[in-house]
Design a protein around this ligand. Structure first.
Ligand SMILES: *Cc1c(COP(=O)(O)O)cnc(C)c1O
Length: 415
């Protein structure tokens, strides 16, 4: 077990040790690992790093000391609100998608206390395709989750969704898109249901928030899922995914200040001044570096930069999806709207295919939901590896089809 060294190390020694440790880490991009890194080019990475380092010691908890950060955060929120068509939207930067979702759930719960004071055991309706953070939020904040299954097209089953709503429901959940299949839930229908009851509707756009708006700008028609849908009360959108900024940054937006009010925590009490600790989110100290990096990358890329990156990604994805569908026995699941997707097989063991691919150096995300599948989360920087992947996929699938390759306890076995 490690103990604090009695004497501090020399910096050279320390650098060597850090380098050694790093050499043992996986290189996620060239092995096609889903959801670990979002490479968008060395220039973008450098912009994020420079800004992060410049603001390394600043603290976004204290905007009056660091008006720089207050401005960056206000700008990031306003740019995001504009992208997501929230004319009165307000919000804050959090540490990531999970925290953004936690805040969306907490805010819906507290808002229901005002609008529905009779509810004792608040419930939220969550499709099974949603991110585990909603279950985490329910656990932290004392809500009951009512799960909704998918239909055979991997869409939310809307009959089941309606049936899951009870007089205790305070929040409806939908994803844009869901993390497994990249499919956008029918947010307009959910919006009507939420409005009828004056309850919350959280749209989880953690992956889609900084991608789908640019797909639309490319002229593709998508189902509407953002604040254009009147019933949407909160949206989570991760900067550190397809915003391509430094890790530790996501946005939680509320439709308007009345919704946002319920997100904020104010420390108070008769014997204390209650204005020195007012926080919009879970954390106290917040790394100014992550805030500055988010601002810098958004300003660096601009709308045309994001559109260019999204276009590059969609172009190679369409080729990739077509290549998968052209391999007998394989299919892309559902209809992904963006760079998150999974493929499966109705006739072959897709995990045997994964084992064979891993033996060739890939490192894949195996999903067992809603059926056995291999999942991907692609960025512009993965493009260089796709052709080699498709070649391997064709060959490995052939081996599995011919019975030459099977899976034995997560290991490829050749016969
Ligand atoms: C990544 C993700 C989250 C959670 O985000 P973290 O930044 O990992 O906390 C939530 N929802 C979806 C759809 C995601 O892809």
């Amino acid at each position: 077990m490690a103990t604090l060294p009695e004497h501090g190390l020399e910096r050279d020694d320390l650098r060597r040790r850090l380098g050694q440790a790093q050499a043992e880490d996986i290189r996620p991009v060239e092995r096609m690992v889903a959801g670990a890194q979002y490479p968008a080019g060395d220039d973008v990475l450098e912009v994020a790093k420079e800004a992060y380092i410049d603001f390394f010691s600043t603290n976004a908890l204290l905007p009056s000391l660091f008006p720089s950060l207050a401005k960056f955060e206000a700008d990031v929120i306003s740019m995001t609100a504009h992208l997501l068509h929230g004319r009165e939207a307000v919000g804050s930067i959090t540490s990531g998608g999970t925290e953004s979702i936690l805040m969306g759930v907490k805010s819906a719960r507290d808002r229901a206390r005002v609008h529905h004071p009779f509810i004792r055991t608040p419930e939220m309706v969550v499709p099974v395709s949603a991110h585990p953070a909603f279950w985490k939020a329910a656990h932290y904040f004392g809500l009951e989750v009512v799960r909704v299954p998918l239909d055979d097209q991997f869409q939310i089953d809307m009959l089941e969704y309606r049936a899951a709503i009870t007089p205790n429901t305070v929040l409806l959940v939908g994803s844009a898109p869901s993390l497994t299949l990249g499919m956008v839930d029918p947010i307009e229908v959910l919006g009507e249901l939420a409005q009828e009851r004056n309850i919350g509707l959280h749209v989880d756009a953690c992956v889609g928030g900084f991608f789908l708006p640019f797909v639309e700008k490319l002229g593709v028609t998508l189902p509407v899922w953002d604040f254009r849908v009147p019933g949407v009360t909160t949206i989570s959108a991760d900067l550190h995914k397809y915003g391509y900024t430094a890790k530790g940054a996501s946005v939680i937006l509320s439709r308007d200040p009345e919704v946002f009010r319920h997100q904020v925590f104010r420390f108070g009490g008769p014997e204390r001044s209650d204005d020195w600790y007012v926080t919009p989110s879970m954390t106290g100290t917040r790394p100014g570096g992550a805030v500055a990096a988010a601002w810098a990358v958004m300003m660096y890329l601009g709308e045309d930069g994001y559109v260019r990156l999204v276009k590059q990604t969609i172009e190679y994805l369409q080729k990739w999806w077509a290549a998968i569908d052209a391999i007998p026995d394989l299919e892309v699941m559902g209809r992904p709207a963006m760079s998150v997707f999974a493929f499966t097989s109705r006739s072959l063991d897709v995990f045997a295919i994964a084992d064979g691919l891993e033996e060739r150096g890939w490192l894949l995300f195996r999903d067992s939901f809603p059926v056995k599948a291999i999942r991907f989360m692609q960025s512009p920087g993965h493009a260089a590896h796709v052709d080699r992947f498709i070649t391997d996929l064709r060959e490995v699938t052939e081996l599995v089809r011919n019975g030459q390759l099977t899976s034995a306890g997560g290991q490829a076995r050749y016969t």
